[in-house]
Structures are given as structure tokens and as C-alpha cells.
Design a protein around this ligand. Structure first.
Ligand code: UD1
Ligand code: CA
Length: 473
């Protein structure tokens, strides 16, 4: 983690002015009623602040500064490894103007400064570029007209339509409260100006805070042009103050991602019922049924179908594979044209070859199942190397754990493992071998032979089943 306010390596695109970017994230977020700091709450599987950081980085900042608050050590710790960030503690929190003032020693006065909020996670680089374009000669504000502007600062314009000031709701007159153009809080300030303007802020207002918004009146007084830009979508400017707003933005975010997937050709049976908490890459002719949750990085190659209510995380599903309903896949690779589920569980290190079949209530962990091999019912395959065209019967278990050590099971090509067998690892089943049903295999089974461990079946013809006394009357 970088502490000093040193300059970052040159990263601006030739066509873009370099800039300072400050993300305000010191607010306590009390209304979240959570022990987790507000900006660490996940949206689409990533902390809210991560979304803002990624957007900021897309704009090539020269200096990227996050203002965090009292108790925000967890926030700082979450990005400890990222060395392009500068962290500024703001305690106590005396308002947005005070927050930005705290960052001045970390900023380059010769560059413009973009201010973002850590709790407004969905603002897009496109919208911010439009804002920055308005900031070429002065101050630019991201504003929007809302049917219900309550709670926001209002944009006060003169008769010519020029911005004169921002009035916070608590300081606004009746007439000002009727203004429906609001301040989103996101703004771009011209080079050098913050050093003059922020020093001159006062806290003589309804909330006793240093309002960043007061820089607008200062710009106007100095004759610095003040312009506005509008967001491409209204949801981009929505902030998160409570769990209901978080859930609302989550849906918006998911709808947006579903839309992009469909535009790229994925067939979603219901775009309202998909959750992508990470990165999902889809090939052509991919079909995803309802209620599927994707986590981490998932790749679905061409022609993959995913049945309803699956959870798929950090996995690659190769072309033409079919994942049936209620399957849980984590850290696994599924070969082309394989069939998985319903109700299958692939745990980390599971690798299925082409045309492999893994059926209901089969669990596979740290194991490779070769091409055309099948485990169709109720089995546990752990720490195993399974060859091609192997048939694993119902109820088969690899006993890979003796309470201390994990041992491996090897099953060579074309073996047939009879139902309800236990393979006590380390153990090997030779090529083409057959295990009779119910075998408890403790030594290697030779190739091309039948191995059975169960006692011979006997019949006692004279045996009588005990009878209840009442039955005899
Ligand atoms: C601010 C704006 C208001 C705008 C609204 C949009 C001011 C004075 N008002 O309102 O015009 O309509 O945002 O939501 O700027 N923060 C700090 N330190 C502080 C105070 C706030 O880092 O001392 C951060 C918060 O974490 C948050 C952002 O600044 O990310 C905005 O704070 P918040 O209290 O939600 O906004 P308001 O000041 O009410
Ligand atoms: Ca707010």
C-alpha cells in the first residue's frame, strides 16, 4: 500500500488530460445497520468501492485517492495490495468540502480533479467522460432532473440558465426546494482552484459542515464557467444508504449485465432471474435457464446449456456440455459435451473429460474423470485419477481419507466399478478390470479380471422367520 503522496507512473492516454481522482468514502453508513463498512458491501459480487475504483482507473488517474473514515481500517485493508491507491483518513468528518480538503497534499495542483462517491457504485466511465468534457474551461457538475428531488442539493440557475449555486435541502427556501434539478455530488474541478476554494469554505450553514457544493458560488464569483452534464442513465447516480437501496442497485446491475449477455448472443430464459457475481464469459448459442448464480470467473463455451438453479463458480464449461438443474460447480472444468447433474456437485480440482457423465448426487473433488467415463448415481470420487470409458456404479466411494492422510485412487481405462464398492486408497484398478458389486477394495485390482471381495452367498433352506404371537391365533 502506498502511503506517501508521490506521483504515479505516467498513465494518461495521449488524448486524455491526466487528472486527480478523489473518491469520498468516509461516511459512516449508519443506515446500513451493518458491522461491515458501507463501501465493502458487495454489488454483483464485488465491494461497492471496487466498482468505483475500476471506473476511476478507466479514466487513467495520475493520482487516485480514497478518503476513508473512522473505523474504516477494514476498507483500507481490503485494498492493501493495490499500490496505485492513496488513502486519506478523515476524522472527524466535517463534510464533503472538508473531506476533499484533506486530500489536497496528495493531489497535483496543475491537474483537474474529479470527485466521486464510494457509495455511488454504478456511475459509468462514459458519463464521467461527458462530465470531464464540460470541465475543460471550468467547473462541471453531474446533475439530473428527478421527479422527486427530496434529500438532494438543488442546482440554482439564473434566468439565462447559467448555474449560480448549489443549495443543500436543509438550507433551501421553499422556492428552491421546488427545483427538480439535483446535484449528484460528482463534479470535476479545474486545476489549482480547489486550493483557493476549499481554504475559503465556511461551516456556517444548517448542518455546520464544510460543503463542497459551496465551491460553485465561488466559481461564479470568480467568473469561472460552471457547466453541467447529465448521466447517460438515471441509475448511474443512485447512491446506497440502506439495504433496500443496495438490493435495488443489485437488480439494476444484474439487469444491465443480463442485457449485455443477451446482446452478445446468450439465451437467457429470464433475464430477471440470473445473478452474476464476478465475470461470466459466454460463447455462442449458450442457454441459461432461470435462477442460476455465477460467481468468480466462469467461462461457458459455445453451445453450453445450464439448467435451472445451478450455482457455478470459477469454472470452465467446454463446448456443448450440459449442466442440468440444481448442480453445484466450484473450481472445476467440464469437458466438451459432458453431461452434469441434475443434483451433481463438482468441487475444486474436478476435471471431466469429453462426453463424461456425472449424475445425481455424485460428488467429485480433486479428481480427473476421463473422456466417456460415467458416474451416474450417488457416488463420491475424491483424489482420484479415472481413465476413459470407466463406469462407476451407484453408491461407489473412494475412501481417500484415513483421518490424517489423503491418498489417491487410480482407475485405469475401461474399468467397471460395481455398485456400492469402496476403494480404500491408495489403490489401483487396472485397465479393463471389473469390481463386483459391494467390493471393498484394499489391494490393487489386476487388469482385465473380475475382483470381488464379498463373501459367497449362502441359503439356509430350513430357516424359519420368527413370528409374532398374535399372528398364531
Ligand atoms: C451531498 C451533496 C448534495 C448532493 C448529495 C448527493 C454536499 C454538501 N452535498 O449531500 O448536494 O445532492 O451529496 O448524494 O456535498 N463524505 C465524506 N466525508 C464527509 C461527508 C461525506 O467522505 O465528511 C462522503 C460520504 O461517504 C458519501 C459522500 O461524501 O460518499 C456524500 O455524503 P452524504 O452525507 O451522503 O451527502 P450529503 O452531504 O448529504
Ligand atoms: Ca448521500
Amino acid at each position: 500500500m502506498r502511503m506517501a503522496c508521490a506521483s504515479l507512473p505516467e498513465s494518461a492516454l495521449p488524448d486524455e488530460t491526466p487528472r486527480n481522482i478523489v473518491i469520498l468514502a468516509a461516511g459512516q453508513g449508519k443506515r446500513m445497520r451493518a458491522s461491515l463498512p458501507k463501501v465493502l458491501h458487495p454489488l454483483g459480487g464485488k465491494p461497492m468501492l471496487q466498482h468505483v475504483l475500476e471506473t476511476a482507473r478507466a479514466l487513467r488517474p495520475r493520482h487516485l485517492v480514497v478518503v476513508y473514515g473512522h473505523g474504516g481500517e477494514a476498507v483500507r485493508a481490503a485494498w492493501q495490495a493495490e499500490n496505485d491507491l492513496l488513502w486519506v483518513l478523515q476524522a472527524p468528518q466535517l463534510g464533503t468540502g472538508h473531506a476533499l480538503r484533506k486530500t489536497l497534499p496528495c493531489l497535483d495542483p496543475a491537474l483537474p480533479t474529479l470527485v466521486l462517491y464510494g457509495d455511488v457504485p454504478l456511475v459509468s466511465p462514459a458519463t464521467l467522460r461527458a462530465l470531464l468534457a464540460e470541465a475543460r474551461e471550468g467547473l462541471a457538475l453531474l446533475t439530473a432532473r428527478l421527479p422527486d428531488p427530496r434529500g438532494y442539493g438543488r442546482i440554482v440557475r439564473d434566468q439565462a440558465g447559467k448555474i449560480r449555486a448549489i443549495v443543500e435541502e436543509k438550507d433551501a427556501s421553499e422556492a428552491e426546494r421546488r427545483i427538480d434539478e439535483i446535484n449528484t455530488g460528482i463534479m470535476a474541478l479545474p486545476a489549482t482552484a480547489p486550493w483557493r476554494w476549499l481554504a475559503a469554505l465556511s461551516s456556517r450553514n444548517a448542518q455546520g459542515e464544510y460543503y463542497l457544493t459551496d465551491v460553485v458560488a465561488q466559481a461564479v464569483a470568480e467568473g469561472v464557467p460552471v457547466r453541467s452534464a447529465a448521466p447517460a442513465h438515471l441509475w448511474e447516480i443512485e447512491g446506497v444508504n440502506d439495504k433496500a437501496q443496495l438490493a435495488r442497485l443489485e437488480r439494476i446491475h444484474q439487469r444491465h449485465r443480463a442485457q449485455s449477455l443477451m446482446e452478445a448472443g446468450a439465451h437467457l430464459l429470464d433475464p430477471e432471474r440470473i445473478d452474476i457475481r464476478g465475470d461470466l464469459v459466454c460463447g455462442q448459442d449458450v442457454r441459461i435457464d432461470v435462477g442460476v448464480v455465477f460467481e468468480g470467473r466462469v467461462v461457458l463455451e459455445d453451445g453450453v446449456t445450464v439448467g435451472p438453479y445451478c450455482v457455478i463458480r470459477d469454472a470452465v464449461i467446454h463446448a456443448g456440455a450440459r449442466i442440468a438443474a440444481f448442480s453445484h460447480i466450484d473450481g472445476a472444468r467440464v469437458g466438451a459435451h459432458a453431461v452434469v447433474g441434475p443434483y451433481a456437485r463438482l468441487r475444486p480440482g474436478a476435471e471431466l473429460g469429453e462426453h463424461a457423465h456425472v449424475g445425481n448426487f455424485v460428488e467429485i473433488k480433486q479428481s480427473r474423470l476421463g473422456a466417456h467415463s460415467k458416474a451416474n448415481h450417488l457416488a463420491y470420487v475424491g483424489d482420484a485419477e479415472v481413465g476413459q470409458r470407466v463406469n462407476i456404479g451407484a453408491g461407489v466411494i473412494t475412501c481417500n481419507y484415513d483421518g490424517v492422510n489423503k491418498s489417491r485412487t487410480v482407475i485405469e481405462d475401461d474399468a467397471f466399478i460395481g455398485s456400492d464398492s469402496q476403494l480404500v486408497a491408495p489403490v489401483r484398478v487396472g485397465r479393463g478390470a471389473t469390481l463386483g458389486a459391494g467390493t471393498t477394495l484394499t489391494r490393487d485390482a489386476p487388469p482385465e479380471a473380475l475382483t470381488v471381495s464379498r463373501p459367497r452367498q449362502t441359503t439356509l433352506p430350513a430357516w424359519k422367520r420368527p413370528q409374532k404371537e398374535t399372528d398364531q391365533t
